[in-house]
Design a protein around this ligand. Sequence first.
Ligand code: NOJ
Length: 538
Amino acid sequence: MKSNWFKQAVGYQIYPKSFRDTNGDGIGDINGIIEKLPYLKDLGVDFIWINPIYKSPQFDGGYDISDYYALDEDRFGTMADLQNLMMQAHSMGMKVIMDLVVNHTSNQHPWFIESRKSKDNPYRDYYHWQPATPDHLPNNWISFFGGSTWTIDEPTGEAYFHVFSKEQPDLNWHNPKVREEIYDMVRWWLEQGIDGFRLDAISHIEKAPWDFEIKSFKDNSPWEPFMNVAGIEAYMAEFKKLFDEFDALTVGEASGVSSKEATSWTDDHGYIDMIFELEHSNKDDNGQGDLKLFKDTIMRWQEDLLARGWNAPYLENHDQPRVIDVLGDGTEASAKALAVAYMLLRGTPFIYQGQEIGMTNFDYTDISQVDATDTIYLYNEKLAEGLSKTAALKVATVNSRDHSRTPMQWDATENAGFTDGKPWLVINPNYLEKNVAAAQTNPDSILNLYKFLIQLRHEYQDISEGHITFLFPEHPAVLAYKRGEFLIVTNLSATPTTITFERPGHDYQDMVTQAIVPDLLELSLESWAYRIYKKIKE
Ligand code: NOJ
């Protein structure tokens, strides 16, 4: 049985490159995280998840690791710094989890450097190699970052497999030596005192047989041959044994694991503690989210994991544009309604850095401002199709991951208090008004609302672990639910609306204003309204 501390907990995701730079190189670092621990403690978070800080050529923001046992010291700091971070976080009652990226390595990893040398190299079988010619690739699968999943490589003339970029070759999990290497490495990190992992791309470690053909890119998911493919269970069970030994906190990025399957992945005997579902965040060509999809997905995951399993609700991460501009309308009111809507769900909610102050998307004006590989790939693809630079930039950046990677806005001083040097990525000019320091002094800020929501989670078991019942499931804009004595209602739109409850009405106290709401039968909701009501005992 797993321990359950995480059921009361709130996580905070740190994208270290953009969090806080203490040595003036323009890139955030471990000491920057240490500096901000009191801020995180004050916010109320129970653990932090740090995006990859391992040695990496940074082709994909550190998700291309060239040494699993080493930190990227030039950018982020030393093992001693990390030990110091863990010590300080632990002394403040916060845990620290790291990213675990084991679907693939960097093409600069010594295993791959060896593997590509010859067909009989001892490391050949650490990766997936197949005979290929430019006209005859092993299959028609396409990679997440665009183009084929196969890249033909000299000197052997064979192709290797990658579900992300060609700089991120996939490891061959069939090879017991690979698994052993990975488990040894995981054990080593846990022995260093890490409290757990966010498991990157974990549902891709098993692949379908190479002759699986994608028939129609429209009807079946092009990712089907490498998403939660049968056979993965055996590897996850091996992982679980190891995680259990250390009582490690584990969160899986597991696309393709359905809400029904997630029960056995995350229940008391499951492989991991919780899953980030990736179904709710579709966006259209104008960067607008789909509220119906969001609401339906959230409700389905909450309901399917009610009897068994555990959710990890989130709105933002380092791969998504800012939610205030996706599901919200750019206003603080929309950021607040969204915060209430998801922070009081069942599960362990995650807040992504900057979300708590309503950081927004960046208005990209030139491709040189962009770092994300997939955005640059798309930009070049659009140029090749004949689009003008301006049009290509618009298409490529509208849903770019770099919106959420601009540096954290701490205060109104130069470079938003992020760095004394030249920031590695553009800073959003709205930092002058939108920053942590300003939010701290405003009792009505988004930040203070987040603090309050976290307190509610910590104080009331009804909210952390209680049942959930959704109300008005068909309403196009209202997300409302009951958690024990609590009634949570949000209007996720700018259009005012009125909802009517079934008789008999109940008496509530508004947890925000303390006002008494007698005999609630009808509720008028202004634009982006939220209500957190607690039943008054009869
Ligand atoms: C998911 C990560 O969140 C993303 O940033 C990364 O590009 C891919 N996995 C590949 O590791």
